[in-house]
Write a protein that binds this ligand. Structure first.
Ligand code: AMP
Ligand code: MG
Length: 420
């Protein structure tokens, strides 16, 4: 072998060891300020503390009559209690009068509570007269009142750093008047596909050639992970071409290549990386699909030499690159990896046993539990197994068969379906 990196060359890492090696090399990215409407899916870079209470004043949660709860204690539909109506308070207006004992104020949802009132009777439980109102049902103090600061208090942190901004967070930030938000920077990810046999989707394929799918599946995975893909095209299997392509790709924050990391005569990626001075941390992982995996740091950029087989390349991305991107983007450690659920096998399965096996499966929830159905074609080149599936059943090294109805650990690549 030509490799000059004996420390890592011979070693085959477990998935967990390899994930640790990768994640140790990742440093969180910088921050940027973005307009609120562009923040969907971005990660909050610093905690957000509102400077005023939400809601900003005590207000009514219903249309009805603001009253003193004690005045309504005896009210029934047969013997309503009669209160004098002192004013009408629409939303957006300031009450002009207080509510004394024996009085009520007509009030609309969201309107400011008048001084003296401590509850609101729903309009459905009243009869409106000319200058009075009949109350048909008692209310307890505080009933139908939304108090100032009961949702969020001024000065108390409401959103932590590392939170992914979804519609709820964006709404809350809007209520804090944050038209700009400090989020973590989105990494750019260069993607190269190596292989003399690989042609691009709109190129003519000669006999013996295959269409580049890896660049496209990876671009989609990168985008789904919240980063920006940069397609660098197809690289021929020569040391010179591979080296030049890697150097060019270093304009991005992360570099991914596919193919050329195995032990074939035309696998030049490893040698090119070493020659370019990359600090290589691992070459192989004890898993199927995806045993070959080159990872190192070159000019401070993480480099992932993913396997060429279309499924291997996607599974390796999900297990190693996605967590690295998520760490770089500021997610907390608990959110770096794919979520795992325990699922009941719908059919017996077989596995090789010599490496940990990740079987593509459809995971669904029915009744009171998750079920997993493994896809029929599990070859590492069978890209169709990555469609219609949302999970990866984890079969440990040494296990060659698992019976129907057994419980298996399953990583979720996408949300599950109900009913199944
Ligand atoms: P390699 O790791 O370069 O030996 O490639 C392993 C397998 O993956 C071979 O069958 C390749 O033809 C296939 N392959 C490599 N690159 C791509 C690609 N960009 N798109 C689809 N298949 C690929
Ligand atoms: Mg190749």
């Amino acid at each position: 072998m030509k490799d000059k990196n004996p420390v890592t060359t011979d070693r085959i890492f477990t998935v967990e060891e390899a994930q640790q090696v990768v994640l140790e090399a990742i440093v969180p990215f910088g921050h940027e300020r973005m307009p609120l409407l562009s923040c969907l899916g971005r990660v909050l870079a610093e905690p957000v503390t509102p400077s005023s209470d939400i809601p900003p004043y005590d207000n009514s949660s219903v249309d009805g009559y603001a009253v003193r709860a004690a005045d309504t204690r005896e009210a029934t539909s047969e013997r309503p209690c009669l209160l004098e109506t002192v004013e009408e308070i629409p939303a957006g207006k300031i009450p002009q009068n207080g509510v004394a004992s024996g009085q009520a104020a007509r009030i609309m949802t969201g309107a400011v509570m008048p001084v003296g009132a401590d509850a609101v009777v729903m309009v459905e439980n009243t009869h409106t007269r000319e200058r009075t109102v009949e109350i048909l049902k008692p209310v307890a103090p505080g009933q139908n009142v939304r108090y100032r600061g009961e949702d969020v208090r001024a000065g108390e942190p409401a959103l932590a750093a590392g939170i992914e901004l979804g519609p709820g967070e964006i709404g809350l930030l809007a209520s804090f008047r944050r038209s700009f938000v400090t989020v973590t920077r989105k990494p750019t990810v260069a993607i190269l596909s190596t292989g003399d046999e690989v042609v691009d989707i709109d190129e003519r394929a000669e006999p013996g050639q295959i269409v580049n799918s890896n660049s496209y599946s990876l671009a989609a995975l990168v985008r789904k992970a919240g980063a920006t893909p940069i397609l660098q095209g197809i690289v021929r299997d020569t040391e010179k071409d591979v080296k030049e392509a890697i150097k060019e790709a270093l304009c991005a924050d992360f570099v991914l290549s596919t193919g050329g990391v195995s032990v074939g005569d035309y696998d030049f990626v490893k040698q090119a990386l070493i020659d370019l001075g990359a600090d290589m941390r691992l070459w192989r992982v004890r898993m199927k699909p995806g045993k070959p995996l080159a990872f190192g740091v070159i000019e401070n950029k993480p480099y992932f030499g993913l396997p060429g087989n279309p499924v291997s390349c996607m599974v390796s991305f999900l297990l190693f690159t996605r967590p690295a991107l998520r760490k770089a983007m500021g997610y907390p450690a608990s959110e770096w990896h794919l979520p795992m659920v325990a699922a009941t096998l719908t059919h017996p399965i077989r596995a090789g046993g010599d490496r940990r096996h990740y079987l593509r499966a459809r995971v669904f929830y029915r009744g009171d539990r998750f079920y997993a159905s493994a896809a029929t074609g599990q070859g590492s080149g069978m890209l169709s197994s990555m469609t219609g599936t949302n999970g990866l059943i984890v079969v440990e090294t040494g296990v060659t068969a698992i019976a129907e109805n057994s419980e298996v650990e399953t990583l979720l690549m996408r949300p599950w379906q109900s009913g199944g």
